[in-house]
Ligand binder design. Sequence first.
Ligand code: FPP
Length: 266
Amino acid sequence: MSYRLAQRAGTESRTDPGGDRISPLTGSRVPGHIAIIMDGNGRWATQRGLPRAAGHRAGAENIRRVIERFAEHDVRYVTLFAFSTENWNRPASEVSVIFQLIDRFLQRELDNMQRDNVRVRHFGHIEQLPRPLAERIEDAVEVTRTNDGLMLNICLSYGSRDEIVTAVQRIAEAGIPAGEIDEETVSAHLLTGGLPDPDLVIRTAGEQRISNFLLWQNAYAELYFTSAYWPDFGREDVDLALAEYGHRKRKFGKLLPEDLDAFEDA
Ligand code: FPP
């Protein structure tokens, strides 16, 4: 098992527009960038009479499984919502468990990710994290900086409104005249500047909301909600989500060529 992309990044399987790629497994269109809200760890544990920590542990263990399946489908960018700015309001003991799991994940997987050409990035307030975790993340980001295979973005102590406010502040500080500020300016000043927008957002555990996750970047993302709790969201669930995506018509507010033909025929 590996995180290695099926094709070399930026080659054969890329199609435009929308950043889609062609899955070597199915021959169908798959998203270039998938963002995931990994919800339901607590409920997964409660359902089994286990402490919530066991749910987070199972959730952390699931990450490798899911990313490997994405890599087999040649999905190039994966962005995980691991801990939101609002999650700081959870009991300190739960926050500590989540941080330990992230630390352990990076410790355990860094060699594999390096071997498989994965680039790790972090979005969020690194200065708010315990120093050892911040150092673990900085190290993973640094070690993998020049890798050009799958890109794994971990949103940790991240909130989208906060990100947008910071982007506006940076634009103001740069002295860019109001009349010159356009969508590209804003995109470029976000933490994700330079990263293609997500094509697909997956949220597990039956909730149907975005929860302050990549609000600007998800403007045209397809949304996929499933009742599966995150620790149960496996390879088959990945395949189902990608199959559903393959059936979606992405219009970006425009008409598709077939709609134009129908309009002209009328
Ligand atoms: C949501 O479930 C999950 C979280 C707030 C934490 C997600 C973190 C991990 C899976 C840990 C590992 C992360 C990485 C990147 C290695 P919930 O607790 O809100 O579940 P509930 O709604 O059922 O209570």
